[in-house]
Design a protein around this ligand. Structure first.
Ligand SMILES: C[S@@+](CC[C@H](N)C(=O)[O-])C[C@H]1O[C@@H](n2cnc3c(N)ncnc32)[C@H](O)[C@@H]1O
Length: 279
């Protein structure tokens, strides 16, 4: 049941780095008088999400609150941090003021916000939650590198690279484009796989897209043996992927049909009408 005393918890997606990609709705939420909360990896550490807003020209309110989400695999440490963060959110929401949580990229894409909202609701089931969608890092990376993620009936998969190269190898045969998120710890293995598969030329590496120190790398072999930033991803395309010829529904035709001449394509609606007896 909604508790009127509580403010709303708002997940404001800020896009991956360029403040020009903050949506009008997120911008309005930031300026609505709501209290701000933002994620940091350690107390006193800078916040990437907060930096996006600063670059956009907004002053950070004095009462903005940092919530610590440590980067660790220690389950106990993580559970304690989540409980602490969620408890603090509930305390703030109980003051009756909305709480806007700043999210890098999109709040529904591998983001802290979903987990935080669930944890808050467990503690205070009546709290209203709003998610403001935004530009995910891979969409901005595709735009910056001129990569088309998918067109017509092409397939696209977005996965964390920590599934490992065996899974990535298999998915390369099933999807036209793979987005490999969280690629940092797997860089060398993934580059080796792409070398073996002859896919280096159709792959891109993008680090901190939209930030002042953004890095776009075409020569993926040059990344081997180097350390990359956590905020990095790969866009991998497999132009040689073979498909079965199972006819798909209109709008999702097999690849061969895609290269039909422009004349054929423009004739199609007429043929459909003829078949339906409506011309
Ligand atoms: C916890 S996820 C956050 C994803 C984010 N919510 C989004 O919508 O893109 C972190 C991973 O997202 C990717 N990522 C996030 N921001 C990025 C950026 N600015 N540039 C490149 N990759 C980024 C990286 O793969 C990173 O390891």
């Amino acid at each position: 049941m909604h508790t009127p005393r509580h403010g709303r918890l708002i997940g404001a997606s800020l896009g991956p780095g360029d403040p020009g990609l903050i949506t009008r709705r997120a911008w309005a939420a930031l300026q609505s008088g709501a209290r701000w909360a933002y994620p940091v990896k350690r107390a006193e550490e800078s916040s990437y999400a907060l930096a996006i807003v600063r670059r956009g020209g907004l002053a950070v309110p004095d009462d903005a609150e940092a919530l610590v989400f440590p980067m660790t695999h220690d389950a106990n440490l993580l559970a304690r941090a989540w409980t602490r963060a969620a408890t603090r959110c509930v305390e703030l929401l109980a003051e009756g003021r909305d709480l806007v949580f700043l999210v890098e990229g999109d709040a529904s894409t591998f983001a802290t916000f979903g987990h935080l909202a669930r944890a808050v609701r467990e503690l205070a089931p009546g709290v209203a939650v709003e998610t403001i969608p935004g530009v995910p890092s891979f969409a901005a990376a595709a735009a910056r590198t001129g990569v088309t993620l998918a067109e017509e009936d092409e397939t696209l998969a977005v996965i964390p690279a920590n599934y490992g190269v065996a899974v990535i190898d298999r998915l390369l045969d099933e999807f036209d484009t793979l987005v490999l998120m969280k690629v940092k710890p797997r860089i060398d293995e993934v580059v080796t796989l792409l070398e073996q598969r002859g896919l280096l030329a159709s792959s891109r590496f993008v680090e901190r897209v939209g930030a002042p120190d953004e890095r776009l790398v075409d020569d993926l072999a040059s990344l081997k043996g180097t350390t990359v930033n956590y905020l990095s991803l790969m866009l991998v395309q497999n132009p040689r992927r073979t498909r079965d010829d199972t006819p798909r529904q209109r709008g999702c035709r097999p690849r061969r049909a895609k290269v039909a001449s422009a004349t054929e394509m423009t004739q199609e609606p007429e043929r459909e009408q003829e078949k339906a007896g409506t011309s």
